[in-house]
Design a protein. Structure first.
Length: 261
C-alpha cells in the first residue's frame, strides 16, 4: 500500500461518481489529453475508457510514476513523464485541440494555473482545462468584480481564460480526507482580447503593486507604474479608488500603457 505524501499535497480521489463527473465535463474521444498529477490513476483509467487519441501523463512522485509506467507499458496511447510540473515545459508537448486535466496538489495549484496562463503562444493549442482546486482558491479564481473574492488571481486568470465553476467535491471523496471542500473548474482560452498585454508578467507586477495596499487609495502606488500623461489615457479611472473598486478592464489598460513606456 502506498501512502499519500503531505509534502506533495497528495489526496487521492476515490469516489467513482465524481471521477466520472469530472471526465464528462468535456469530450475526450479522439482527442489528445494531458493529465497533471494522476496519483494512483483514478482519472487516468476513466480517460482511457473514453478512447482519447493520446494520453500524456506528468507525475512527480517516482514510486507512483513507476507503477503507472508498469501498468501502461503496453499501451501505445500513453506517454508518462516523471517530472515536476512547475519545471516541466508543458507548452512544448501540448497538441492542437487538446484538453488538460488535473486534480491538482493544493499547495501548488495556483502556480500551475499561472504557469499555463503564461504560455508564450496565445491563443494556445489546448482547447480545455479541467482542474480541481481547493474551494477557497477556486472562488478567488472565478471571483467577479465587486464580489468578496475579486482580486489579483481573478484579474489575471480572467484576462486569458473563460472560466466556469462546474461543481463542488466533498472532502469525503478523497483519501486521505482533506480538511477542505474542493471545486472543479472548466476553462477555455480567450482568443481575442480588447487589450493587448505582451507579457503577463506586466499584469502580475501591476496587480501586485496596487494590491499591496488594497485598503488604500491607488493615488500613490499608481505613480510607481505610470506618469500623469499615461494615467490620463485610462478611461474612467478614479485615483481615490481602492484596488478592489477597480474593474478588470482598467487593470488591463494600465498593463498596456505600462508596457508602452
Amino acid at each position: 500500500m502506498s501512502f499519500a505524501k503531505k509534502s506533495l499535497g497528495q489526496n487521492y480521489l476515490i469516489d467513482n461518481n465524481i471521477i466520472k463527473k469530472i471526465i464528462s465535463t468535456v469530450t475526450i474521444k479522439n482527442r489528445d489529453i494531458i493529465e497533471i498529477g494522476p496519483g494512483k490513476g483514478a482519472l487516468t483509467e476513466e480517460i482511457l475508457i473514453k478512447e482519447p487519441k493520446s494520453l500524456l501523463i506528468i507525475e512527480k512522485d517516482l514510486k507512483l510514476y513507476e507503477k503507472l509506467k508498469e501498468k501502461y507499458f503496453n499501451n501505445n496511447k500513453v506517454k508518462i513523464f516523471n517530472a515536476d510540473i512547475l519545471k516541466f515545459n508543458i507548452e512544448e508537448v501540448v497538441k492542437s485541440d487538446s484538453c488538460i486535466f488535473g486534480n491538482l496538489p493544493y499547495n501548488i495549484s495556483s502556480q500551475i494555473l499561472i504557469k499555463i496562463i503564461k504560455f508564450k503562444k496565445w491563443p494556445p493549442k489546448f482547447k480545455d482545462i479541467v482542474f480541481m482546486f481547493q474551494k477557497e482558491l477556486g472562488e478567488k479564481i472565478i471571483g467577479k468584480y465587486s464580489s468578496s473574492n475579486y482580486g489579483r488571481l481573478s484579474i489575471i486568470s480572467n484576462y486569458r481564460l473563460k472560466i466556469q465553476k462546474k461543481f463542488l467535491v466533498s472532502a469525503n471523496c478523497f483519501f486521505p480526507k482533506p480538511k477542505v471542500t474542493s471545486m472543479v473548474i472548466h476553462a477555455q482560452p480567450k482568443k481575442n482580447n480588447l487589450y493587448e498585454i505582451k507579457n503577463l508578467n506586466s499584469l502580475e507586477k501591476i496587480t501586485n503593486i496596487l494590491f499591496s495596499s488594497k485598503r488604500k487609495m491607488i493615488n500613490k502606488n499608481i505613480f510607481k507604474l505610470l506618469d500623469y500623461s499615461k494615467i490620463n489615457e485610462i478611461p474612467g479611472i478614479n485615483l481615490k479608488s481602492r484596488p478592489l473598486e477597480i474593474k478588470p478592464d482598467i487593470y488591463y489598460k494600465i498593463a498596456e500603457l505600462y508596457e508602452g513606456i
